[in-house]
Design a protein around this ligand. Structure first.
Ligand SMILES: Cc1ncc(COP(=O)(O)O)c(C=O)c1O
Length: 397
């Protein structure tokens, strides 16, 4: 039967990574890849995470199975980081939490659960959204639709258009929001905009599903959870998929969490039984190591404090790169066309240039960005910033 299988087209981002690796130009710059990079272009292990891992290796006594929901201690400590101070949900045991293989695992388990509960529901995603939302949610059988979110030409959120699209979302549907550091646009809702979306969700009755994959990379661990915490307080139910890949730098360890906020403790307890069953049918149980590191770190006040500081350094580096890029482009162009990049959050922003110009950046200057013109701001550095600015200025009209 396999003779009928023809190869799929290569993933565009993997193609860019391969072209970058093969490029002999010593000035080449990789702004395509979706991982944090430091000033030297590497993705190091946070020192606090390394220390937590060392503690763990020393103290771990068994490798016995953890069960489909993962570690109970992780399922207690990570939700505290996400929901801290958000009303009574945690105290009242109204949060069903399961450890998952990364944020992707959380998104997929949530999608499987929602599909079983509401087979005809549509999930409304921002336009644009992270490319993987489509297979992670759509392959579970949920229908997908989009609401306007971001205008590449102006670098702004299309909030009025977003709100009028959400006005017509039926109560049976689901609205997916990015908790912070929107991927790919970097454009986040303001606190007032979060409040307005929350009021609309209350009025219309649709279920809010928040994907938070960069907590701490925007304005701070607590600040970045504003939307999640507001919705937890204000709405009867909420779904939250979170990832430890970026803020703990645990990418390949596949560490994340799915939290479902319910109206009553007994509902949360029932929800966990269903999540466990779904997990059994997909991957049986999550990998333990990354979550055990996170749990070791969060349980140790000194390590946690150190980690918060290390995340702040990462965040501040990206903020200063954003400003430096906008300033340098202003000098090059004599106009402030790229100032929006300074005001956006997290790792990603669009340059807002055509695919042809993105290709020209790559071919002529060995500056690699995604075809959509999404750049990873963390790929900039003091060493390459002028070079990238010159290249971008050269390809503009
Ligand atoms: C928006 C968004 N959600 C979820 C994830 C989940 O990532 P992971 O499965 O590696 O934790 C990512 C990672 O890039 C992301 O950008």
């Amino acid at each position: 039967m396999f003779e009928k299988v023809s190869p799929l087209p290569p993933d565009p981002l993997l193609g860019i990574m391969a072209a970058y690796a093969a490029d002999p130009n010593p000035n080449k710059v990789d702004l395509g890849v979706g991982v944090y990079k430091d000033e030297q272009g590497s993705t190091p292990i946070f020192p606090s995470v390394k220390m937590a891992e060392a503690h763990l290796i020393e103290s771990q006594k068994t490798k016995v199975y953890v069960g489909p929901a993962g570690s109970p201690e992780f399922n207690r400590l990570l939700p505290e980081l996400i929901f801290a101070g958000a009303g009574s949900a945690l105290k009242e045991n109204r949060v069903a939490a399961v450890q998952t293989p990364g944020g992707c695992g959380a998104l997929r388990v949530a999608a499987e659960f929602l599909k079983r509960l509401r087979p005809d529901a549509t999930v409304w995603c921002s336009n644009p959204t992270w490319a993987n939302h489509e297979p992670l949610l759509g392959d579970a059988g949920l229908k997908l639709a989009s609401y306007p979110y971001y205008d590449k030409a102006s670098g702004q959120i299309l909030f009025d258009q977003m709100m009028s699209a959400l006005e017509s979302v039926p109560a049976e549907d689901i609205v997916l929001l990015h908790g912070c550091c929107h991927n790919p646009s970097g454009a986040d809702l303001s606190q007032d905009q979060w409040r307005a979306v929350c009021e609309l969700a209350k009025k219309k009755g649709f279920l809010v599903f928040i994907d938070i994959a960069y907590q701490g990379f925007g304005d701070g661990i607590d600040e970045d959870a504003f939307g999640v915490r507001l919705m937890t307080e204000q709405l009867p139910e909420l779904v939250v998929a979170s990832s430890c890949s970026k803020n703990f730098g645990l990418y390949r360890e596949r560490t994340g969490s799915l939290c479902i906020v319910t109206q009553e403790a007994k509902q949360a307890a029932a929800v966990v039984t269903h999540l466990n069953k779904i997990v059994r049918g997909i991957y049986s149980m999550p990998p333990a190591h990354g979550a055990a590191i996170v749990e070791t770190l969060l349980a140790n006040p000194a390590l946690k404090e150190q980690w918060i500081e290390e995340v702040a350094q990462v965040r501040n580096r990206m903020k200063s790169l954003r400003k430096a890029f906008a300033d340098t482009m202003q000098q090059r162009l004599g106009e402030d066309r790229f100032r929006f990049i300074e005001h956006q959050q997290g790792m990603f922003s669009f340059l807002g240039i055509s695919p042809e110009k993105v290709e020209q950046l790559q071919k002529q200057f060995s500056v690699y960005a995604a075809g959509t013109s999404r750049i990873n701001v963390a790929g900039l550095s003091a060493d390459n910033l002028d070079y990238v600015a010159d290249a971008v200025a050269a390809v503009l009209d």
